[in-house]
Design a protein around this ligand. Structure first.
Ligand SMILES: *Cc1c(COP(=O)(O)O)cnc(C)c1O
Length: 479
């Protein structure tokens, strides 16, 4: 075991290593360029019986681990959605690890509970969310949405299913758009509603849920004796950041007394900017809401905030007080283990506190606006380019496009071309993007949401995309 003196020494070394890593991150291939099994082949099959020197362990980080890392904090990372970090966040995370506290009850770490309480209030007010909402930090949007659906299930059954299970209760139904995130289907499976009772509503031209079809589905279900339980509306879908028409959905939910959960995992950060708040119109009618500071708010994973209108309903769904925790119930405090699934909880609020204070709200807004400008600049380039096609409207800083080779009209040939293009781009090591399919077509997706991205990176990526595409097209013409 290391001594405290060893800790001091190697921890300092590690900080230098981390700073060096950030310094040279742009020279590393964004997407790991290894094949399956290549890393595990370098790790012994058994745990060493004798202690190994730290020097050797640290050397193996460079030798074994680093080549197998995909660099999510590289400004060339444009895949999926970002999972941003920032220097302040990493500093806080080190301290969280040092405290190593379990923050389930107020008493198990009063500071963790009370900082968390303040941070969810700060975020609520920064994003102009309804002031009566109460929030908690969860590990992921997946957990937040699971919690929402569980609470919706209990409200729909008058807390019957918590006691007796679903066996003797009518079929519950959940609704979301075809573009909604897979975490909804996962939650519906986990809580026993069953994926066949998740009704996926078709989307319109902008990939937003069609409210007319939602109402039709609800009416059909009522006629069939089903119990509509929850609608999950997406603000910023994963595929194209589409925004469902929240206000209209909310009116339906009120009319039919259905729980309204809103998933803004990525796009929620945009509501820090007043000019984007119109996209959240109707949010005040929601029963629950999730967004992930660990995506676009410079707080490293994991940090998902979950808000509810009716805290008592949430607690009634989840609260359990086993004997060994009974003495820990103080009045007038939050015991956050009752606000989500796991008992044990990390002190996640600390990194939020560091980030929000060290950037300042205005500092964050400036970065967000710059990143939105980069996307708008790229959109202009794409629109002006004779071979490029945008396949979804841009709302924030995500672009969905494809390259159409000269005179090519066959969609499956165009799909194959874009798959090859995406592969070539990712193999260059300079950038990492992913794809989606829209109305059956292969589409390249890129965002400009990475913490450290600057205009020069965006310009370089645009040049790389167009040069690679022309080369590929010329190469194909030759054979
Ligand atoms: C990323 C994402 C999720 C899942 O987030 P996790 O925190 O990884 O569970 C859910 N919904 C949407 C819209 C997302 O973009």
């Amino acid at each position: 075991m290391l001594t405290l003196e060893d800790f001091r020494r190697y921890a300092h070394e590690m900080v230098d290593y981390m700073a060096g890593y950030f310094d040279r991150i742009e020279s590393l291939p964004v997407r790991a360029q290894v094949s399956p099994g290549q890393i595990s082949a370098q790790i012994p099959q058994e745990c060493p019986a004798q202690a190994e020197p730290m020097e050797q362990i640290l050397a193996d980080v460079d030798r074994i681990v680093l080549p197998g890392m995909t660099h999510w904090q590289s400004p060339g990372f444009m895949a999926f959605f970002p999972a941003n970090s920032s220097y302040a966040s990493v500093i806080a995370e080190m301290l969280t690890a040092a405290f190593g506290a379990q923050c389930m009850k107020w008493e198990t770490s009063p500071a963790a509970t009370e900082v968390e309480g303040r941070m969810v209030e700060w975020l609520r007010d920064l994003c102009a969310l309804p002031s009566h909402w109460q929030g908690v930090i969860q590990d992921s949007a997946t957990s937040s949405t699971l919690t929402a659906l569980l609470t919706a299930r209990e409200r729909a059954s008058g807390f019957f299913t918590n006691r007796q299970g679903l066996q003797s209760f009518p079929v519950l139904r959940v609704y979301c758009s075809e573009e909604a995130h897979s975490s909804i289907e996962k939650a519906v499976k986990v809580i026993g509603i069953g994926s066949e009772n998740l009704v996926k509503i078709p989307v319109d031209q902008r990939f937003a849920l069609r409210v007319d079809l939602l109402e039709e589905a609800i009416q059909n279900d009522l006629a069939a004796g089903f119990v509509p339980c929850c609608v999950v509306a997406a603000l910023g879908t994963t595929g194209v950041t589409a925004f469902d028409p929240l206000e209209k959905i909310a009116l339906l939910c009120m009319r039919y007394k259905i729980w309204l959960h809103v998933d803004a995992a990525y796009a929620g950060t945009a509501f820090m900017l007043p000019e984007y708040r119109h996209l959240a119109r109707g949010l005040e009618y929601a029963d629950s809401y999730v967004f992930n500071p660990h995506k676009w708010l410079f707080v490293n994973f994991d940090c998902s905030v979950y808000y509810v209108k009716d805290k008592d309903c949430l607690l009634q769904t989840l609260e359990l007080v086993p004997e060994y925790l009974r003495s820990l119930n103080h009045s007038g405090v939050n015991n956050y283990c009752d606000w989500g699934l796991p008992l044990g909880r990390r002190f996640r609020a600390l990194k939020l506190w560091f980030v929000l204070r060290s950037f300042g709200a205005d500092g964050i807004r400036t970065i967000l606006r710059n990143q939105l400008d980069y996307a708008s600049w790229l959109e202009e380039q794409l629109q002006a380019h004779p071979r490029m096609e945008l396949l979804a409207p841009r709302t924030l800083n995500l672009l969905c496009f494809r390259y159409v080779p000269h005179n090519e009209t066959d969609n499956s040939t165009i799909d194959t071309f874009n798959e090859l293009l995406l592969n070539a781009l990712n193999q260059s090591g300079k950038v990492y993007m992913t794809h989606t399919r829209l109305r059956g077509r292969f589409v390249i997706r890129l965002h400009t949401g990475q913490t450290y991205i600057e205009r020069r990176h965006v310009e370089a990526v645009w040049n790389l995309i167009t040069a690679t595409a022309s080369e590929l097209e010329a190469g194909q013409g030759r054979c």
